[in-house]
Ligand binder design. Structure first.
Ligand code: ZN
Length: 418
């Protein structure tokens, strides 16, 4: 288990443990402490908490998934758990059911903020090869913690009273939050490592004198699995890469696009081409170093999603690095406006992300029909391409098949020597 996962498990343990002290006896507190409260009020209060958490977390999770950023997930989990912890003593001030309902609503909303952010962080830091085990170990620790909390919560309440118990719950929750804060330096370190670990200073170049005649390639459309794969880094710049770049430029120009990623022509290489009116540029292994917090919404189209134009929210400015095709050197670039937008769009392609993934789930629902139509068209294209490939292979096999052996000349009849 790496350090981040250990911290996250410990953090979640204290949060869940704290509330585990309270949950089983909460109805007793409500019926005793709140004027006019019955068991039904306790039930409704729980329903308000679960309902607001359940609905809220769907929206939060959807938002967090659009741009997965560890630091933001961390921030949201922190804010959620802070509200959770600090709001607990408010129960002491509850005198009427309406007070209780309002606190439950606040708790539910802060849980909606905290839960998805925590899970996003947790899942991203799990050891890839031990995911199932680590996830189950987390669940076991949490469940055992809740079991112990349930056992001692009642004892604490009967000896020290509910008021003191609320402060114990707050203490557990805030202690968990402090643990979460200790994770921050490792997040920054990982981010830095990711940036610096990027790459050597230059890519090896294999020079050649081969003449490149660019050809227009088939653009892959939505439904083709290659658009959902993650492209792999280019290891060296050789003829194959140069040819692909030239072909991609020709394809982009023909398609009247301003950018194209290698996935879109069926090649899983981290290579993009773009032209926003200043001549074509090729970016090898592009990598975003920084994004501005300021975002703007603009309409975007995509050569892989014909006929679709969607309003997409993206950062206004980005800092990136990439390798130049000509000399394999690493360069940095500050891009803004339309250039930043095109680069972000194409890098999304390299990561298997398409335009509709940047929308909220209720917006995606409206596209169902259009996407289905593109998918069906793509299936036909794939079939045609496969047919064409088989035909080509067949022709090759036929032309390569050896000619029937020529029978050797019959030996000349023996000369009769008389
Ligand atoms: Zn696109």
């Amino acid at each position: 288990m790496n350090r981040s996962v250990k911290i996250l498990v410990a953090y979640n343990f204290f949060i869940v443990f704290g509330f585990g002290l309270l949950t089983p006896i909460f109805a007793v507190f409500i019926t005793r402490q709140i004027i006019g409260a019955t068991v039904a009020v306790a039930g409704l209060a729980e329903a308000i908490y679960l309902g607001s958490k359940g609905i809220g977390q769907i929206f939060v999770a959807d938002y967090l998934d659009i741009e997965q950023e560890d630091k933001r997930n961390w921030r949201w989990a922190l804010i959620g758990s802070l509200i959770f912890g600090l709001a607990t003593p408010l129960y002491i001030l509850c005198h009427r059911p309406i007070h209780l309902y309002l606190i439950e609503l606040l708790m539910g909303l802060s849980a909606a903020l905290e839960y998805p952010a925590f899970y996003s962080l947790f899942l991203r830091h799990l050891d890839r090869r031990r995911k199932t085990f680590q996830l189950s170990l987390h669940n076991t620790i949490i469940e055992l913690g809740t079991a112990v909390a349930a056992a001692i919560g009642g004892i604490l309440a009967s000896y020290f009273g509910f008021f003191n118990l609320f402060f114990v719950v707050m203490g557990c929750s805030l202690f968990g939050t402090v643990l979460l804060i200790t994770m921050y330096p490792s997040l920054s370190k990982e981010e830095k490592k990711e940036r610096e670990g990027s790459i050597k200073d230059s890519l090896s170049i294999i020079f050649s004198t081969a003449v490149i005649a660019p050809k227009v390639l088939d653009i892959r459309h939505y439904g083709d699995p290659v658009l959902r794969d993650r492209a792999r880094s280019v290891k060296e710049i050789n003829d194959e890469v140069r040819q692909l770049a030239a072909d991609m430029i020709a394809t982009m120009v023909k398609g009247d696009g301003v950018g194209l990623a290698a996935n879109q022509v069926g090649q899983l290489k981290r290579l993009i081409v773009l032209d926003i009116g200043q001549g074509p540029t090729v970016l090898v292994n592009p990598k975003i170093l920084d994004k501005s917090r300021k975002r703007e919404v603009l309409e975007e189209g995509c050569l892989s999603l014909p006929g679709l134009s969607l309003k997409i929210r993206r950062p206004c400015k980005i800092n990136l690095e990439y390798f130049q095709l000509s000399d394999g050197k690493r360069v940095k670039l500050l891009a803004e406006g339309i250039l930043a937008r095109v680069i972000l769009h194409e890098i999304d392609h390299l990561d298997g992300i398409l335009l509709m993934d940047k929308l909220y789930f209720w917006q995606r629902g409206r596209l169902k029909k259009q996407l289905l139509a593109i998918k069906q068209q793509t299936q036909q294209e794939t079939k045609d391409r496969e047919k064409g490939r088989k035909l080509k292979e067949k022709i090759l096999i036929d032309t390569r098949s050896p000619l029937p052996p020529i029978p050797p000349n019959p030996p000349p009849p023996p000369t009769k020597i008389s």
